[in-house]
Write a protein that binds this ligand. Sequence first.
Ligand code: ADP
Length: 570
Amino acid sequence: MMSLMWQTQVNLSSVTEPSHTPVFKKDGSLHYIIQIALNVTEKVRAGDAFTQQVTINEEQAESNKILIRSNDKLNITQKELEATINQLELSQRRFQSLVREANIGIIVLMGPEMKVEIVNKTYGQLIGRTVEELLGLQLFDIIPEAESTFRPLLEDVRVNKETRNYFDTPYTVYNGDKKIEGYLNLVYQPYIEEDQHITGVIVVCQDVTEQVRSRTNLQSAYEQLRLAKDAAQLGFFDVDIVKGTLEWDGRCRELFGISHNDVVTYEKDFVTGLHPDDRERILAIIDDVYIKAVNNGIYDVDYRTVGAEDQQIRWIRAKGQAYFDAEDRPIRFIGSVIDITEQKLDEIRKNDFIGMVSHELKTPLTSLTAIIQVANLKMQKSDDAFIAGAMEKATVQVKRMSNMINGFLNVSRLESAKLSIDKQPFDMNELIKEMIHDTNLTVSGYRIDYEDCNPVLINADRDKIGSVITNLVSNAIKYSPKADQVEIKCHVKENQFQVSIRDYGMGLTEGDKDKVFERYFRVEGNNNKHIAGFGIGLYLSAEIIQRHHGKIWVESELGKGSTFFFSIPI
Ligand code: ADP
C-alpha cells in the first residue's frame, strides 16, 4: 500500500523504466552492470488508473478479510456457546443424577403449599414412598402425620429467609400399616430466585436413627455402669504397657490411700502401695498375667495395700484382663478394684474362731483316743463280745472325728498363711500302701486295687501328701454308694510322679468338676444329701498340691464315676 502511494507522486512527464543486468567475472565477483532505460510514461499513466482500481480492490479485500475474521470469530463464539450449553446440560444432568443418587435425602418444596419440585430416592425411602409418588404433589397431602412437626420449620425458613440446621429430629410417618420412626439431621435452605424472591425451601436430610440409638444405648450403658460402679464402690485401673503409663480413677486412688490427682506410676504407687507380705506374690501373678499362655491374661487376686498418705491397711479384691497383640505381646491391662476389708476381717475372725475351736476340741480328743486305745487293748481279752467290738468301733469313730477336726484346723492355718510344708524325702509307693491300709481299717465292703509301682523317692511333706491320698480315697468310697471298687494307679512321667484314684460312683457334671476344689463347695442333689462332709477336703488337697508346685484335677462322667489325679515333681 505504501509503495503504491509513493508511485502515484512521481512526475509523469518522462517516466522511464530502467533495467539493470549484472555481468560477473569468472571467479563469480561483480564485473559491471548493464543499464537500459526505456520511456514508459504512457504505460505509467495507464497504470495509475489501474493502481487506483487496485487500491479500491485492496480496501474491499481488506474489508472482506475483516468480515471473514469477524465471521470466524462469530463461528468460534457460536461453538463456544454450544460447548457451554453442552457443558451446562452435562452439569445439569450430573447435578440431577447427584441429587437422584445421593445417599442423603433431598427434596425441594415450592410455595406455601409445599409442592414437591425435586425429590430423590433416598428421601422417598426415608418416608417409605417412591419418587413418583411424591413428585408434583403437596408433601403434607402425602404425609399428613408429619405436618405438625415439619411445617413450622419450613415456614420459618420461608419467612425468615435463613438457613436452619436441626439435629436428631424425631419423626414418624406411616406407609400403609408400616410405621416408620427415626431421627433425622436436617438442613433447611431457602430457595431464592434471582430477584431475591423466595419461592421454596430446599431440604437436605440424613437418617441418623442408628447413630442416635447407639448413642442412647451407649449413654444408658455408661449410666448403668456409673451407677453400678458407685453402688459397688468400684475403682478402675488401666495400664498401657506399650507407653508404660498407669491410670487410676478416684476410687482406685482412695484404696491406695492417695488423695491427689497427679500422675501415678506402677513402681512408685502400685508396687510401693502393696503390703510387704503380699508384694512378692502379687508381682509374680502379674508377671504371669502378661504371659498369654499361662492364664489368657486373666487376673483375679486379693491383696492388702498400705495407704500412701494414711498408712491404713486395706484389703482389696482386684479383677482384670491383659490384652495382647498379634504376636501375643501384652499391650494393655485393665481391671477393677473393690474394698473387701470388712469381709476379710470377718473371714479372719471366723477363721480364727474355727482354728481356736478345732484346737480346743483336739486336746480332749487326743486324750480320748489314748484312753480308748488302752481300753481297747484291755477289753480285747474280754469275754463280752459286744464290749470288745464296741471299743474297736469307738476307735474308728474317734479317728474320723479327729480327721475332721484336723481338716478344719488345716483350713484355718491355710487361711492365716500358717500352713507350713515340711519337706522330707520318702518313698511314695510305701506311703500309698500305708494310706490304703489305714482306709481299709475304717471301711468295709470295698475293694481298693493298687498296682504297686517301683519305689520312688519324693521330696515332699509326707503327712500332707498322705492326707491328700486319704481324702481322695475316702471320697472315692463315700461318693460311690452303689459300687464296691476303687482303683489306684501311679506312674512317673516327665519328672512328675502322678497318682490316679478311680471310682465307679455317682460322678460329676461338667460344671461341678471345676468347682469341687473350691472352699466349702459341695455338690447339691438328692444323692449327696445324706453323705456327711464340709467341702474342705478337696480344697485343702488342692492347696497342699499347689504348695508342692504340682497339679490336681478330675475327669468324670455323671453316673459313671470319677478319676482324681494329682502329680508332683520328683
Ligand atoms: P466333702 O466330701 O467333705 O464334702 P470334699 O472337698 O472332699 O468335701 O469334696 C467336695 C465335693 O466334691 C463333695 O461334697 C462331693 O459333692 C464332690 N466329690 C468329691 N469327690 C467325689 C467323687 N469321688 N465322686 C463324686 N463327687 C465327689
